[in-house]
Structures are given as C-alpha cells and as structure tokens.
Write a protein that binds this ligand. Structure first.
Ligand SMILES: O=C(O)CCC(=O)C(=O)O
Ligand SMILES: [Fe+2]
Length: 370
C-alpha cells in the first residue's frame, strides 16, 4: 500500500504503522511501535494525553492531529538527523496544538512541540537565529587599524599603561595594563567558582540543528566557566565589559559571555586560532578580536605565546591583551598570523578570561556556541 502512497500523497488511508516504520527507518531506530503507542504519538516524542477538557479539545481532534503530523514528517524532505531531534517534549503538545497554542504561544511550542506544530524546520539554527541582512558589522575595512591606533594613543595611554608588541605590517598585539583591579579580579575568580570551572572544550562536530557541539581535547587542558547566568549581571562583570567596550569601541552585545579560565600546573592550550570558520554563516558573524584578561600573577610559566610572531606575553594581574583574528582590509577573513598558545603553568595557578568580540550582536539570539 505504502509504495503507492509514500511522500507527497496526503490522502492515504490510516497507515500509522507503516508511516511510523518508515520514519523509524529514516532515523535508524529499531523500535517497532505497538498500535497503542502509535495512538498516543510515542513515535514523535512524549506519549500524548489525548483529551484536554480544559482547552475544550476532544480525543478525536487530538488523534486527527497526531495522524496529520505523522504524515507531515514522513512527507518532508528534512535531513534524517533533523527528524531525529524533532520531538514533542510535553504530553499535551497535540492537544495544545489543536487549541491553537502553536500560534498563541509560538516560542515555546515551536521548540517543544515541533511535530505537533509541524515546525521541525524552525529547529535549525539558521531558522532560530537568521542572519539579519541589514545588520551593521562592527568592523568594515579600516576599522581594525582605527581601533588599535586609538587604543595606543591619547587619552587611553595616560589612563592605562599601554605597550605595543606588534603593529602593521605585522598584526597588532597590544598590552594594556591596569584594566582590571585586584578586587575585580578576585571577584571574577569567585564568580568562576559560582558558575563552576569545568574541563575546557574545543569546537566539536556539527549538531542536527546546525549548531556545533564541544569536545574535550588533549590540546586544551585547562578548566573554564562562563560568565553568563549568575556572573553576567554582577556589577564587576558589567563594569569590566563596559571598560572593554570603551577600549575597543565595539558594542558589549557583540562580545561573547566572558570565558573565565583556570590553569593548574602543567595545564596549557596548544597552538590554535580564535577565529571560527562556520560563524561566517551565523547571525553573530566571526570573532574579530580577542581581549584577554590576566586575573592574577602566576609564579612561573603560563605565558601566551604568539607562535608565528615569536612573542610571549606573561600573566600579570589586571593586564589585558588585545589581538585581532581578522585582517584590517578584510575584516571577515582569518588572519592566520595570530595563532597563539597558552604555555603550561609551571608553578602556581593561572586565572584569565577570554573576551571574544564578533562582527555582529552575539547576545540577541544566543545561548552559547551557535
Ligand atoms: O590562556 C591564555 O594565555 C590564552 C588562552 C587562549 O588563547 C584561549 O583560550 O583561546
Ligand atoms: Fe585563544
């Protein structure tokens, strides 16, 4: 029967079992559903409670919607891995969908009741966080040099102790001492403990929704915490973010949540670049600039070494180090000359923080690591 009826045919007779089997095969699930399981939509996520008198929704209406959703899924051209994550996460998804909640309560329903709302396509990052064609990039051609020239001239050089380590035609690498006070550094370290230092990770494989996962790598052995939930609105974090925006002339919202780092003796981050290629196709754009903060003095080791520039910067409490990830005249393109590494800490503990600035607003849409 299904041979004549698969895909694009909306008028097939009741075929729950066959459709479920096809879907299961698509996502390489071995489970065979019973009639009862199919009746309550278990093949599309949470088993459904079919009646919802509080919404004046009958079992008949919910069942019809379940059948329609199954057809929608089977009839779609979605990648298998997108179908795999398109699941109802609440037992009332179908009843709510019948009651019109997909329109009334869009944000929740789209992500939590995607099969019921027939919105699997909305789960992808491209759809959740579309590129705004009218968004203005933080840096156009020439902005990078303008930023570093300002950073290394009045009034900033009387407010802070500024050292130029590298400048055009080489990439800019600039130390600004005294950006974070001792008290603020201590607070960041505390906030790191509050958020919880966990083993640092690298960018991993692509997820079904188009985001990228994280992987523990042997090349990066520190721990880190993100200055987001409890940390982000702490007055110290707010003030330091403001200061970084003053120094870089880049909007605070273009910055990722500060990544607080902790290296114990022997821990390091091997040679790498902060630019993330796949961000070219993301709403927030690529990382253009790193503002790295050193939050304590380290007994021995723990310098930041620019491999191609033969430059090593030693940790010092309150010190900020600025370097670009892109070119002055091509600010969306990676400048491979700013590869760098965190050398192993030899004695003591090193605390630091990454402030990564993007071409566009990072915070309008995220969660982290889109
Ligand atoms: O800890 C350092 O000195 C640099 C860390 C770094 O480059 C990074 O986390 O991307
Ligand atoms: Fe880095």
């Amino acid at each position: 029967m299904l041979e004549y009826c698969s895909r694009s045919c909306k008028q097939c007779p009741d075929q729950a079992e066959e459709l479920a089997a096809i879907l299961a095969e698509k996502v390489k699930k071995v489970k065979v559903y019973t009639k009862e399981e199919l009746r309550i939509g278990e093949d599309m996520g949470e088993p459904q409670s079919l009646e919802a008198p509080e919404f004046h929704v009958s079992e008949k209406e919910t069942t019809a919607r379940i059948d329609a959703s199954r057809l929608y899924l089977q009839d779609s051209d979605f990648d298998d891995d997108l179908i795999e994550i398109c699941l109802n996460k609440h037992e009332k998804c179908f009843a709510w969908a019948v009651a019109g909640e997909c329109e009334k309560n869009k944000k929740y329903m789209i992500s939590s009741c995607a099969p019921a709302c027939m919105t699997c396509d909305k789960l992808t990052v491209e759809s959740r966080c579309p590129i705004d064609p009218d968004a203005k990039a933080a840096w156009e051609s020439g902005s990078l040099n303008a930023m570093f020239e300002r950073l290394t001239s009045e009034p900033i050089i009387t407010q802070y102790n500024v050292t130029i380590l590298s400048s055009p035609p080489e990439p800019w690498v600039v130390i600004v001492d005294g950006v974070v006070t001792e008290e603020e550094s201590k607070r960041f370290i505390e906030l790191g403990d509050v958020e919880g230092f966990e083993r640092s990770q690298d960018v991993g494989a692509k997820n079904p929704d188009g985001t990228y996962g994280s992987i523990v790598s042997t090349g990066r052995t520190s721990t880190n915490a993100w200055c987001n939930e409890k940390c982000h609105d702490d007055p110290v974090a707010v003030n330091v973010q403001k200061r970084l925006s003053y120094l870089t002339m880049i909007n605070e919202t273009n910055s990722e949540y500060l990544q607080l780092l902790k290296y114990k003796p022997g821990q390091f981050y091997e040679d790498h670049h902060d630019y993330i290629e796949h961000n070219l196709n993301r709403q927030q754009g690529v990382r253009i600039l790193t503002a790295y903060l050193y939050l304590n003095d380290v007994e021995a080791g723990g310098g930041t070494k620019f491999t191609g520039l033969d430059l090593t910067v030693m940790p010092k409490l309150g010190r900020a180090l600025f370097w670009p990830s892109v070119f002055n005249d091509k600010p969306h393109e990676k400048d491979g000359r700013t590869n760098h590494q965190a050398l192993p800490v030899e004695a003591g503990v090193k605390f630091g923080a990454n402030g990564w600035f993007h071409q566009y607003d990072f915070k309008v849409c995220t969660g982290y690591h889109l």
